[in-house]
Design a protein around this ligand. Structure first.
Ligand SMILES: [Zn+2]
Ligand SMILES: [Zn+2]
Length: 93
């Protein structure tokens, strides 16, 4: 996927399990929204490994980097467009 959603409600897995997240990442293969490795659930990297979807993009305001878990490499993917509105981190409120 190259078009980011207009808004998301938070980490899908945290919302389902009642967890809290710090920062949000989206899977560029299927659109799964997960949380970063500073979050207790680390759902973005767990999704990447479980589903073998290694490419994520940050959904944090002002951040436009993507990351590949296989290559352990951060990059900018210009084809990925859009801005996603996200709720504030429940860990910071
Ligand atoms: Zn999570
Ligand atoms: Zn995925």
């Amino acid at each position: 996927m190259t078009e980011l959603p207009a808004s998301v409600d938070g980490c899908e897995d945290c919302l389902r399990d009642g967890g809290v997240w710090m920062h949000l990442r989206i899977c560029l293969q299927c659109g799964h929204v997960g949380c970063c490795d500073d979050s207790p659930g680390q759902h973005a990297s767990r999704h990447a490994h479980a589903e073998q979807h290694p490419l994520i993009r940050s959904l944090e305001p002002g951040e436009d980097w993507s990351y590949c878990f296989i290559d352990d490499l951060a990059m900018i993917i210009p084809a990925v467009k859009g801005h996603t509105r996200i709720p504030p981190s429940p860990m910071l409120s």
